[in-house]
Design a protein. Structure first.
Length: 218
C-alpha cells in the first residue's frame, strides 16, 4: 500500500484513494489495520475483534512481556488513530464520532485489564471480605494463581466487575484492598474471580521466595 502517513507499524492512516477492503463496502479506506485497508466505519469492529482476540490469548497463556508490550502499543496506536478520526469532520459524522468515542472507552478498559506481571499457580489460603453498606460478607477461600499485582481465586459469593474486596492472608496478618477484574466459572464448576491488588506491593512475597503450594480445601 502506498502513501501511508507515518504511524505505528500495525495501524497506519491512508492518504490515497484506496477502497475499503470489506466485502460489499464502497466507502473509501481511511486506515490500514495490519495491512488491511478499512473505512472509518469498519475500522471499529475489526479493531475490537483484533483487540479482544489478542487480549484473550494473553490472558489465558503464560505471561509474555514482549507480547504484552506489543499489544499495549497496538492499543495505543488504535486509540491515537480513532482520536484523529474524531477530530476530522471530513471523515466522520455525528453517529460515527459517537461510535469512535465508545471505542476509545472500550480500548482504554482493555489496556487496564492487561496483566502487568507473570503469574504462578499457588493455593494460598485467604479470607475474602466485601465491606459494603448492607452487603458485607466474608468467606474463607484460596487462590488459584498469584502474581505481583493480582490473583485469581475461588469465590462463593456473587461479585461485580469493578467491585471492591479485601484480601487477608490466613497464614499471616497481611491485608490488601483489591478490585475485581473478571468473574467466571472454571472447568471444575467453581466461581473464579480475578482481582487487581491496589495498595500493597508484593503481597504474596514473590520477590523474596517462591510461595509453597498448599492443599486446596474440599
Amino acid at each position: 500500500m502506498e502513501n501511508l502517513i507515518e504511524a505505528p507499524a500495525e495501524v497506519r492512516l491512508i492518504d490515497d484513494n484506496a477502497a475499503c477492503g470489506m466485502t460489499s463496502c464502497d466507502e473509501s479506506a481511511a486506515i490500514a489495520l495490519r495491512g488491511r485497508a478499512l473505512c472509518v466505519r469498519h475500522f471499529i469492529p475489526v479493531c475490537i475483534q483484533e483487540i479482544e482476540s489478542r487480549g484473550e490469548r494473553l490472558k489465558n497463556g503464560l505471561y509474555d512481556e514482549a507480547a504484552t508490550l506489543a499489544f499495549k502499543n497496538f492499543i495505543s496506536a488504535c486509540a491515537e488513530q480513532a482520536s484523529r478520526f474524531i477530530q476530522n469532520d471530513g471523515l466522520t459524522n455525528g453517529s460515527t464520532k459517537t461510535s469512535l468515542e465508545g471505542f476509545l472507552r472500550r480500548v482504554s478498559q482493555s489496556g487496564q485489564r492487561l496483566r502487568r506481571s507473570p503469574r504462578m499457580s499457588s493455593s494460598v489460603p485467604i479470607f475474602l471480605r466485601r465491606e459494603d453498606s448492607g452487603r458485607t460478607w466474608e468467606e474463607e477461600t484460596w487462590t488459584i494463581t498469584v502474581s505481583q499485582h493480582g490473583a485469581s481465586l475461588v469465590c462463593r459469593h456473587p461479585v461485580e466487575t469493578g467491585g471492591a474486596l479485601v484480601l487477608s492472608r490466613r497464614d499471616r496478618a497481611n491485608r490488601v484492598q483489591a478490585r475485581v477484574v473478571y468473574c467466571r466459572y472454571n472447568s471444575e464448576g467453581w466461581r473464579e474471580i480475578g482481582v487487581e491488588l491496589l495498595d500493597r506491593d508484593d503481597f504474596w512475597g514473590l520477590s523474596q521466595a517462591r510461595i509453597q503450594p498448599s492443599v486446596q480445601p474440599a
